[in-house]
Design a protein around this ligand. Structure first.
Ligand code: COA
Length: 184
């Protein structure tokens, strides 16, 4: 059990049954993207195209050897697939000469947000990266994403870069913000 409201959160590899969730999250239930990068509309195909693409993705991606490092995990809360965490290396505004992982998260299922699941999932993901020997992590977001800013703060990230007023959302300008977490 993790965090608020006794949510049981696990990270796992993709399974075939996740495909239909991705189809929905990339065609109709797309609010997560409007919260994540609202200045960048989600580009997606028809339901049929998304099903084909996600099926191909699943077939190519699995099975992952048990001890291979993962770039992405599916998030399951109380047994329900609700989103994903992922890592990347190319930061938008800072060089990353040591190739520290930058972590990203999307709870695409709307009912999953605001229950402590994001904090718990990112915390689990950081622990998995620590097991691979990483002890510094980046996280990029924007100043209008109150819950992401708070989750970053709760996990011990601190701000290392801010580009003012570079994100236009609903007629207002917001900042891009980069956080760093450095284990002691
Ligand atoms: C951002 C996201 C990962 C956060 O996960 P979550 O499970 O909803 O967050 P949690 O419930 O763990 O924690 C949210 C915290 O932010 C606080 N919060 C929520 N909205 C807030 C706001 N507008 N301003 C400030 N704090 C806010 C909550 O009170 C909570 O803090 P608390 O535990 O101290 O009360 C999730 O909401 C999500 O996936 N959103 C859509 C996609 C997205 O924005 N991804 C991030 C891209 S950088």
């Amino acid at each position: 059990m993790n965090n608020k409201n006794q949510q049981s959160v696990v990270l796992r590899d993709m399974v075939e049954a996740d495909i239909e969730n991705y189809v929905r999250w990339f065609t109709t239930e797309t609010e997560w993207c409007a919260l994540d990068t609202p200045w960048e509309p989600l580009e997606h195909g028809s339901e049929e195209e998304e099903r084909k693409n996600w099926t191909e993705y699943f077939m190519q991606a699995s099975p992952i050897p048990p001890d291979a490092p993962r770039w992405k995990y599916e998030i399951e809360a109380n047994g329900v697939h609700v989103g994903w965490v992922s890592q990347y290396r190319d930061l938008e505004f800072l060089p990353n000469p040591h190739q520290f992982p930058a972590v990203g998260i999307d709870l695409a299922a709307p009912e999953a947000r605001g229950k402590g699941i994001g904090t718990a999932a990112l915390s689990l993901f950081l622990d998995k990266l620590r097991e691979q020997g990483f002890h510094c992590f980046y996280l990029e977001t924007w100043s209008g994403n109150g819950s992401m800013l708070r989750v970053a703060e709760k996990l011990g990230f601190h701000e290392v870069f801010r580009k003012p007023a570079c994100r236009s959302v609903g007629g207002r300008m917001f900042d891009a913000v980069t956080f760093l977490l450095r284990d002691l």
